[in-house]
Ligand binder design. Structure first.
Ligand SMILES: Cc1ncc(C[n+]2csc(CCOP(=O)(O)OP(=O)(O)O)c2C)c(N)n1
Ligand SMILES: [Mg+2]
Length: 458
């Protein structure tokens, strides 16, 4: 795979990994000088993932980075000064000093959705971004990152399932760095490969060495291409290691020494540098030029951040509540007249029946055989699919069932109303009340008006 990249592409990956590390090294120094407001997270040893995956995107694509994805921000075009000022809560930062760490975005130019602390929530959010792009005909891909720990949240599964059913052009990078705080992966999920989670949603997945930047890049490039082409979401598990503690406050003494040593030898920058040198793509002169460029840029950016003012006190009361026009500039971009898409004025008849919905998806009444995305369909499954394809169109079934249940509901509602008027449920209408309330009703029992009204409305 490595050979497919040009020399310049290889050097760009190297440059951004070095820049990523240098930005974070600078912030460690600032943290020790007490100049960082709040926590400081590290992506030491994971730079190949942020840099390799973000480099596979086009300018128009969207990202939502997490705490260990400063490399992706840099690749997207965020200047280091924004990262420094943001961490130092300076007035010149993208959030004017109101928020810290990487909690900032740029919806207009760079297409970056601000991180959300609740792990997993960016998955449905970015699925929505991907769907919006498709609706607007933009051919964009949306990407976000999640950790091994974050992949066990409910919203990870809800989000990925939603993305899969919507066939959203969305690529999810699962950074398996072995630890979630002090919990090793094996103590929180009984899987060898977290990419297997994709099988539950019938989507494609890849496993990649997260410390090999060229492999990460090539894999992500292929995944982005497939997602853009309409194949639906794709999950990439990148295997790596969290070299520092969860954040600066955590010395991570719970990590076995041998494990740390193993991964230190597999440092992604050293590995790529070794490859570049052996392939004669990087010589001493070019390496020095890259280092000088990074040093000059960061010293200028750090000076800017250090010399920037803190926010004025008056700012504290601004932007606390959204008052309408002044708090945000995002406006919906309606592609059709608003009245047409806003019920109840809509001139378009709502369509309640989706043609073919549910067809071929059921187990046919038996036990659903598990079908792995990457294995051939079983004979049994094929039979069920064929049977269902020959079955009565599903729309008819839905309509029949809906008409029947509407008739029953109306009749039950009338009988139940009578019972409520009489304060207790008599023998003749007890059955109707039970249907409406949803459980059996004893003779003489008082009927809760609220639950009858709720059920009767259906
Ligand atoms: C829903 C949710 N639960 C818990 C947390 C607290 N929390 C923040 S980071 C973290 C560990 C995440 O581990 P992992 O997903 O493996 O990412 P890593 O830190 O290794 O990059 C936890 C539990 C949170 N932010 N959101
Ligand atoms: Mg982790």
């Amino acid at each position: 795979m490595k050979k497919e990249l040009t020399r310049q592409q290889h050097l760009d990956l190297y440059y951004y990994m070095r820049l990523n590390r240098a930005v974070e090294d600078t912030m460690v120094k600032l943290f020790r000088q007490n100049k960082i407001v709040g926590g400081l997270y590290s992506s030491l040893g994971q730079e190949a993932i942020s840099v390799g995956t973000a480099s596979a995107l086009e300018k128009k694509d969207w990202i939502a980075p997490m705490i260990r994805n400063i490399g992706a921000l840099l690749v997207k075009g965020v200047p280091p000064r924004d990262i420094f000022t943001q961490h130092m809560a300076k007035y010149t930062s993208p959030t004017l000093g109101k928020d810290g760490t990487s909690h900032f975005g740029d919806l207009e130019k760079l297409h970056i959705v601000s991180p959300i602390s609740m792990l997993g929530d960016l998955i449905p959010v970015m699925t929505g971004v991907a769907m919006a792009g498709r609706y607007l005909g933009q051919k964009i891909v949306a990407m976000t990152w999640i950790g091994d720990g974050g992949s066990s949240t409910g919203v990870f599964h809800e989000g990925l399932n939603f993305a899969a059913t919507q066939k959203a052009p969305f690529v999810l990078i699962l950074e398996n760095n072995g630890w979630a705080y002090s919990t090793p992966v094996r103590r929180q999920v009984p899987l060898e490969n977290l990419a297997d989670r994709a099988k539950a949603y019938g989507i494609a997945s890849y496993i990649v060495d997260g410390n090999d930047v060229a492999d990460v890049y090539s894999t992500a490039k292929e995944a982005v291409h497939r997602a853009r082409a309409g194949e639906g979401p794709i999950l990439i598990e990148a295997k790596t290691f969290r070299r520092m503690g969860h954040a600066q406050h955590d010395p991570a003494e719970y990590v076995p020494k041998e494990m740390r040593e193993y991964w230190e030898k597999r440092d992604p920058i050293l590995l790529h540098e070794k490859f570049l040198t052996e392939a004669k793509l990087l010589d001493v002169k070019t390496k020095k030029e890259i280092e000088t460029k990074i040093e000059a840029l960061l010293s200028q950016e750090r000076d800017f951040a250090e010399n920037s003012p803190m926010p004025p006190p008056e700012l504290a009361e601004k932007g606390v509540y959204c008052s309408g026009d002044d708090c945000h500039k995002i406006q919906p971009r309606w592609e059709r007249p608003v009245a047409e898409v806003t019920p109840p004025k809509s001139s378009i008849d709502a369509s309640w029946v989706v043609e073919g919905f549910g067809r071929g998806k059921s187990s046919g009444g038996g036990t659903a055989p598990i079908h792995f995305g990457d294995t051939a369909q079983s004979e049994e499954r094929k039979e069920v699919e064929e049977k269902l394809a020959r079955a009565r169109p599903v729309e008819v079934v839905i309509k029949d069932a809906a008409a029947k249940s509407a008739k029953n509901a109306a009749s039950n509602g009338r009988k139940a109303e009578k019972a409520r008027a009489g304060k207790d449920a008599s023998a003749t209408n007890r059955k109707a009340v039970a249907n409406v309330v949803g459980k059996s009703v004893k003779a003489g029992a008082k009927v809760p008006a609220k639950s009858m009204a709720r059920k009767g409305r259906r």
